[in-house]
Design a binder for this molecule. Structure first.
Ligand SMILES: [Mn+2]
Length: 332
């Protein structure tokens, strides 16, 4: 993207004094990394920055923040955002999404308040939430778009911000193995390493620091793996009792759907998680030509072509059958 693309965003940020920054519900590494980097860099510019999450972040991203990040609907309510607890917010930055469906409760705030909104994203534009939107679909991660913006603006990226951006980009590319891992990813991550990022240290922190309970949850899931259609579709599930027995949390399921992609024949994989409210959360991954976003959207979900998710009604067997039929249709 050309430098001019970033000019309106830079102008918005330069004008702002009290910035609220948030991201999609069920925040992943890209989401958390962007929020942390925005907070760090904009505070360095002398601005007040209030990070806000829409659902709890996985514990393993907490090190990116100096503070506990409040969760909307849990630690703060929509009324707090308008009612002064956060001061007069004069800019909202939303990273890694541009769709209302990914912003539960925050949507209500956006629709009643009139402050400018800046979107920094890499998904297909959906709802036109922002007065200014940088939606760079060619970017592997929102963290890349953010890094380009910060670089173009000439704002100092501290080592801590560089670390957050590296986590954003590295996690969204599956630590540089997914199809979106292009030369831009490596170039920009090389820049971040030159800024002091310890890639191996971050990898260990994120991928080799499982609690035993989380590991047990993974073991429970692996026991349910079933291959269909000549091994091209892998399904697996976790039931409520798996969480009760292991003591693991629902957010501990992040990335577990990827495990069975170690099986050579697998093209599409799905993980079904039975939630406390009885609904089934389905995460879908594709390795090549099958567009799992298309499947997720059929049921009101969404994401990317290769990684998507949706919620399905109970019971588990029924939810699994629905997805099975959709996948098999596309494999034939
Ligand atoms: Mn992302």
């Amino acid at each position: 993207m050309s430098g001019e693309t970033y000019q309106p965003a830079i102008a918005l940020i330069e004008k702002a004094r009290n910035v609220l920054v948030t991201t999609h519900t069920r925040p992943d590494g890209d989401a958390c990394g962007c929020v942390a980097a925005v907070a760090e860099v904009l505070r360095g510019l002398g601005k007040t920055v209030q990070p806000l999450l829409l659902s709890p972040m996985p514990d393993w991203y907490a090190f990116l923040f100096d503070e506990e990040v409040p969760v909307l609907g849990q630690d703060v309510q929509v009324e707090d955002l308008t009612g002064g607890r956060f001061g007069a917010i004069d800019l909202v930055i939303i990273a890694d999404t541009n769709s209302y469906s990914q912003l539960p409760r925050f949507e209500d705030y956006l629709k009643q308040d009139t402050q400018p909104v800046l979107v920094i994203d890499h998904h297909v534009p959906a709802d036109k939430l922002g007065q200014v939107e940088i939606a760079d679909r060619s970017a592997a991660a929102a963290g890349l778009v953010l890094l380009d913006l910060l670089t173009f603006a000439g704002w100092p990226v501290t080592k801590r911000a560089a670390e957050a951006l590296f986590v954003a980009i590295a996690t969204d590319t599956g630590w540089f193995h997914l199809r979106n891992t292009d030369s831009r990813v490596f170039r920009r991550c090389a820049d971040l390493i030159e800024m002091g990022v310890d890639s191996n240290g971050l990898y260990r922190k994120l991928y080799q620091s499982f609690s035993y309970t989380r590991f047990e949850l993974m073991v429970a899931m692996l026991k349910t793996v079933e291959l269909h259609f000549d091994g091209r579709y892998a399904s697996q599930y976790l039931q409520r009792e798996d969480f009760e027995r292991t003591g693991a949390a629902y957010r501990d399921t992040e990335n577990l759907v990827n495990e069975c992609q170690r099986i050579g024949s697998v093209s599409v994989s799905a993980l079904f998680v039975e939630l406390k409210d009885g609904r089934i959360r389905c995460s879908l991954r594709s390795r090549d030509t099958i567009d799992v976003n298309e499947i997720a959207r059929k049921f009101g979900g969404g994401g990317h072509k290769l990684a998507s998710g949706t919620y399905l009604p109970a019971p588990l067997e029924h939810a699994m059958q629905l997805i099975h039929d959709e996948v098999v249709q596309r494999l034939t």
